[in-house]
Design a protein around this ligand. Structure first.
Ligand code: NDP
Ligand code: MG
Length: 411
């Protein structure tokens, strides 16, 4: 029996995680659940799973919850509460599924405590990849990617590959053979990683109509049901840009070795190209319960509730290169990962502000990339030595993004 904390249990990934967990009551027990605004949903999750702890962001929410959750569930609040349930001695597995920068600290707390960490929150790696992966190496935490593309790549890599290269053999080999290698995992015969993306709801929309698309249109993803922030990121393809950065950290490669390929059907979740010309892909229906179940049970396999893939019914699987003029965020993300240091954190922060402004109806869809571009053009990159430095970069980039999006007096 493994004890599980779900950070962000009320979100899309959180709900899918609990759906898989509920199918395996003898394998997993829920130690803690956390939420932010969807308090009624959090109460019903507590009634169903009877966790030891539930955590919310504010003390007001905690007071509201106290009279409504089962007696065996203790209510905690704030960042201390999140860190406590992420790193508690009794926890075996932590699902990191809080959206955005807010997910960084509790996810790091789980890593530092050496947990098995199922990483859905991509912003943690985008913002603080260097510090995050160093913490994985130091603590010996088991890091398993849940983002479907990275989970697919992980499944297509040899079993000897370990995220964060805690694998002693791989490390030893690497020191001898690949000191100046452009691609750390070339030791495994890997030549390239291919990240697939659907191209989102506006892949074929005439370019001159993009400035007038609405938040609801942007959130209507053709294949996946997701939270609103990541849905908008999929429509701009900033999501793929963030995933490129995420892939560089998880798999220890530089951006030139990660190719982005548009695959509108979202059946092939990503691919790995090997030196001998073999290309391995992971396929499945677009349902996050597959990578979640893979991470939960790894290295075993369990049932996830996802319907089996019917290739004959799927018919055609098509691929095309991304159009950079339609998706300028892809170029911005590549530039940020090349700049390295705190540039990806600035990119992420500017994007979060721009997406929020778009979702609130305050800026047009096409301005999202403009806001990020202006912030990045004025950004002077430095190497963040601490989490505080990352958070400082995050705050500065947010302020710049607000100023550009709304004007200095109207933030
Ligand atoms: P949702 O918006 O659906 O859920 C986000 C979760 O985070 C909710 O539980 C929410 O609480 C909580 N939350 C929001 N703000 C805060 C905060 N300030 N402090 C603490 N908790 C907070 O997002 P998704 O589930 O779609 O995505 C979660 C993460 O997984 C993201 O980083 C995303 O990029 C990544 N991801 C998601 C995929 C998907 O298919 N959905 C695929 C791959 C990666 P509440 O709802 O109660 O407000
Ligand atoms: Mg993804």
């Amino acid at each position: 029996m493994q004890a599980l904390t779900v950070l962000g249990s009320t979100g899309s990934i959180g709900v899918s995680t609990l759906d898989v967990v509920a199918r395996h009551p003898l394998r997993y027990s829920v130690f803690a659940l956390t939420g932010h605004s969807r308090l009624k949903e959090l109460v019903s999750q507590c009634q169903q799973f009877k966790p030891r702890y539930v955590v919310v962001t504010s003390t007001q929410s905690a007071d509201w919850l106290k009279t409504r959750v089962p007696v065996e569930t203790q209510v905690l609040s704030g960042s201390e509460g999140l860190a406590a349930v992420a790193g508690d001695d009794q926890v075996d597995v932590v699902m990191a599924a809080i959206v955005g920068a807010a997910g960084l600290e509790p996810t790091l707390a789980a890593v530092r405590a050496g947990k098995k960490v199922l990483l859905a929150n991509k912003e943690a790696l985008v913002m603080a990849g260097g510090l995050f992966m160093a913490a994985v190496r130091d603590s010996g935490a088991t890091l398993l990617p849940i983002d479907s593309e990275h989970n697919a790549i992980f499944q297509c890599l040899p079993e000897s590959f370990v995220c964060g290269a805690t694998n002693a053999n791989l490390n030893a080999n690497r020191q001898v053979k690949a000191k100046n290698s452009a691609l750390g995992i070339d030791i495994l015969g890997v030549r390239k990683l291919l990240l697939s993306g659907s191209g989102g709801p506006f892949r074929t929309t005439p370019l001159d109509e993009l400035s007038s698309v609405t938040p609801d249109q942007a959130c209507a993803h053709p294949n996946w049901t997701m939270g609103r922030k990541i849905s908008v990121d999929s429509a701009t393809m900033m999501n793929k840009g963030l995933e490129l950065i995420e892939a560089c950290w998880l798999f220890d490669v530089n951006e030139a070795h990660v190719e982005i390929i548009i695959h509108p059907q979202s059946i092939v979740h990503s691919l790995v190209e090997y030196a001998d010309g073999s290309v391995l892909a992971q396929l499945g229906n677009p349902d996050m319960r597959t990578p979640i179940a893979h991470g939960l049970a790894w290295p075993e396999r369990i049932e996830s509730g996802v319907a089996m893939l019917d290739l004959a019914a799927a018919g055609t699987l098509s691929f095309e290169p991304p159009d950079i003029s339609r998706f300028p965020c892809l170029g911005l993300a590549r530039a940020a990962v090349r700049d390295s240091g705190d540039a990806p954190a600035a990119l992420n922060a500017a994007n979060e502000i721009a997406v929020e402004a778009f979702l609130e109806g305050r800026i047009a869809f096409t301005r999202i990339a403009d806001v990020v571009d202006v912030v990045m053009q004025g950004w002077s990159t430095s190497e963040p030595e601490s989490l505080g430095a990352v958070q400082d970069a995050d705050i500065r980039a947010r302020a710049l993004a607000r100023e550009f999006a709304f004007g200095p007096k109207n933030q």
